[in-house]
Design a protein around this ligand. Structure first.
Ligand code: ATP
Ligand code: PRP
Ligand code: NIO
Ligand code: MG
Length: 569
């Protein structure tokens, strides 16, 4: 995604190539050395099935949002070793590597790969394959690392963003401000994309906006405020420019078109008048508001009279920022413009947002400008899920959170542990055993179903062997815990959803892929099917993932066949 060529002209690219750095060499060396060894040992025509799944939900939660599928499909579409890739591999692999292997590698395509997956943006759970890939062993093995890097961060980010959305509720606007803190340029772009999918409303990342058509939003930084010292600064510029004989342009430093009269007016003068009028309304006996801050806000308002949003915490929110903001917003209002609001970036955000709201209400009432009480309050500064939940308890008056570091770096849990495991080779199921029962893989080709109950809520996910009949609405099915014999439940579903759809076959995508906005919508509709207790922040209830009786017996027979019997002496 951070490929420079693509970054420059995204519109001209087909959707196919937007992810330039995702290419066959974006993998671990061992995939290619294994490919050589498979090739040498004559396993070229072996047919394999791999499952991509995770074992534990992130963020101590009980759900995950699946994302990254479209990128995987684009990777399949473009999979090809270029001449320079082959040259590089020749220089890197041992000299003994046979020339013919490189010919074979360069002829590899994904034509004989078939890929099934859960719809991108769906709520998913541990052990249920998110993606199942079938095809020649060598090629499907070669996909492992790239698929994992495409799905792991995407799903982690989308889940993180969805959790912030759940914490904030539907009413609050969420903006992603994290590029400066993200894990490099590609991390930053991916974070912006998947934060949007997870439920954010926009990003400050301009390239992400251009590439993915995500709304771009923003305010201004403290540097803008601190770059102005005092009120005369605007006039000084005026004098300097007069000296340069560009007086006409200079007038715009303080002048703004009055929309109601069509005449240019001095905005600064009006702001100073308004500041004197509002001080007593807000119970201040003297003016302590910063003139430098006022100069900065006036100049910003002249640049963006229809989008005036002010950072108010540079000097003192109550004694300076709010007063200066109100003065400028009232002056703008005189000239027929409506200010947008403020951003608070430090201090007690609950307290200050309430103060700001109070001030806006007072001004609205005193000067009979009802919309003043609806001015937007944006809060930022190291916000995370916990801060949002805590602020909710304090009855904050924030309308919008700008969130960076915690969101994009997924600070609470920096990685999702999706794995890619071989489950079948040439029709024979494979099992990977482990001392840790939770790490034992589920062998063979499996179908996954979600069973829904009376109220439309998802009750349980059920994995079956692929050749079993699917569960039917109104018919009772036995759902078993995959490893604990005594844990079983009967379920009579009101609705059955077949989770896996074929997305790739015969060298092409098998269905039209949803747009980014449709995937974003899918996240919300999918989350709605999940009971509240699975979604809560503290000690959420685990969602059940089960296997059919047939799959249960199959796993355990194979387990016994493969587990060696120790000898005590
Ligand atoms: N009412 C609140 N309840 C809970 N957490 C809050 C509240 N208000 C602010 N916070 C959080 O508390 C932390 C305050 O951090 P810190 O002390 O570094 O900021 P600050 O001193 O206000 O800002 P700065 O140092 O940038 O001037 C931030 O993570 C912020 O999101
Ligand atoms: O706090 P985050 O969630 O990462 O959100 C973005 C932050 O980035 C910006 O300032 P920056 O932190 O760069 O400078 P500051 O420390 O002066 O606020 C902005 O003012 C926010 O504070
Ligand atoms: O637009 C903003 O307010 C913004 C953008 C990036 C980081 N912090 C704030
Ligand atoms: Mg900060």
């Amino acid at each position: 995604m951070s490929n420079m060529e693509n970054a420059v002209e995204p519109q001209k690219r087909s959707r196919k190539t937007h992810n330039g750095i995702v290419q066959p060499l974006l993998t671990d060396l061992y995939q290619i050395t294994m490919a050589y060894a498979y090739w040498k040992s004559g396993k070229m025509n072996d047919v394999a099935v791999f499952d991509l799944f995770f074992r534990q939900n992130p963020f101590q939660g009980e759900f995950t949002i699946f994302a990254g599928l479209e990128e995987c499909l684009r990777f399949l579409e473009n999979f090809h070793y270029s001449d320079s890739d082959i040259e590089y591999l020749k220089a890197t692999l041992p000299k003994s590597t046979e020339e013919e292997f490189y010919v074979f590698l360069q002829s590899l395509t994904t034509e004989s790969v078939t890929l099934y997956a859960i719809e991108e943006g769906s709520v998913v759970f541990p052990r249920v394959p998110l993606i199942r890939v079938e095809g020649p062993l060598i090629i499907v093995q070669l996909l492992e690392t790239t698929f994992l890097t495409l799905v792991n961060f995407a799903s982690l980010m989308a889940t993180n963003a969805a959790r912030y959305r759940l914490a904030a509720g539907r009413r609050i606007k969420l903006l992603e401000f994290g590029l400066r803190r993200a894990q490099g340029p590609d991390g930053g772009l991916s974070a912006s994309k998947y934060a949007y999918i997870g439920g954010f409303d926009g990003t400050s990342n301009v390239l992400a906006g251009k590439m993915f058509n995500i709304p771009v939003k923003g305010t201004h930084a403290h540097a803008y405020i601190t770059s102005f010292n005092n009120l005369t600064e605007l006039q000084v510029k005026l004098a300097e420019r007069r000296f340069l004989n560009i007086y006409d342009i200079v007038m715009n430093e303080q002048m703004l078109l009055n929309r109601l009269t069509g005449q240019e007016e001095n905005l600064l003068d009006r702001c100073i008048e308004w500041r004197d009028k509002i001080l007593p309304v807000l119970n201040f006996s003297s003016n302590e508001a910063s003139d430098g801050e006022l100069a900065a806000l006036v100049s910003y308002a002249i640049a963006f009279p229809d989008g005036f949003m002010a950072l108010v915490d540079t000097y003192d929110v109550k004694r300076s920022g709010l007063i200066n903001f109100c003065a400028v917003a009232l002056a703008l209002s005189d000239l027929g413009y409506r200010a947008i609001g403020i951003r608070i970036d430090s201090g007690d955000l609950a307290y200050l947002s309430n103060k700001a709201h109070e001030v806006f209400q007072k001004v609205a009432n005193q000067f009979n400008i009802p919309w003043f009480s609806e001015l937007e309050i944006v809060a930022s500064n190291d916000i995370n899920e916990e801060t949002i939940l805590s602020l909710n308890e304090q009855n904050h008056k924030i309308d919008c959170f700008g969130i960076g570091t915690h969101l994009v770096t997924c600070q609470r849990q920096p990685a999702l542990g999706c794995v890619y495991k071989l489950v079948e080779i040439n029709g024979t199921p494979r099992i990977k055993l482990s001392h840790d029962v939770a790490k034992v893989t589920m062998p063979g080709c499996k179908s996954a179903y979600r069973l829904y109950g009376v109220e439309g809520h998802a009750l349980i996910d059920l994995l079956q062997r692929s050749d079993e009949d699917p569960p039917e609405v109104g018919h009772r099915v036995l759902c078993r815990h995959p490893f604990e014999e005594s844990k079983r439940v009967h379920v009579t579903p009101r609705r059955v959803e077949h989770l896996h759809k074929c997305y790739w076959k015969d060298g092409k995508t098998q269905c039209e892929l949803p747009t980014l906005d449709q995937v974003r919508q899918r996240v919300q509709t999918s989350l709605l099917t999940l009971r509240q207790d699975h979604k809560r922040n503290l000690n959420p209830t685990p969602y059940k993932v089960s296997v059919s009786d047939c799959l249960y017996n199959f796993i355990h027979d194979l387990w016994l066949q493969n587990a060696p019997i120790g000898e005590l002496s």
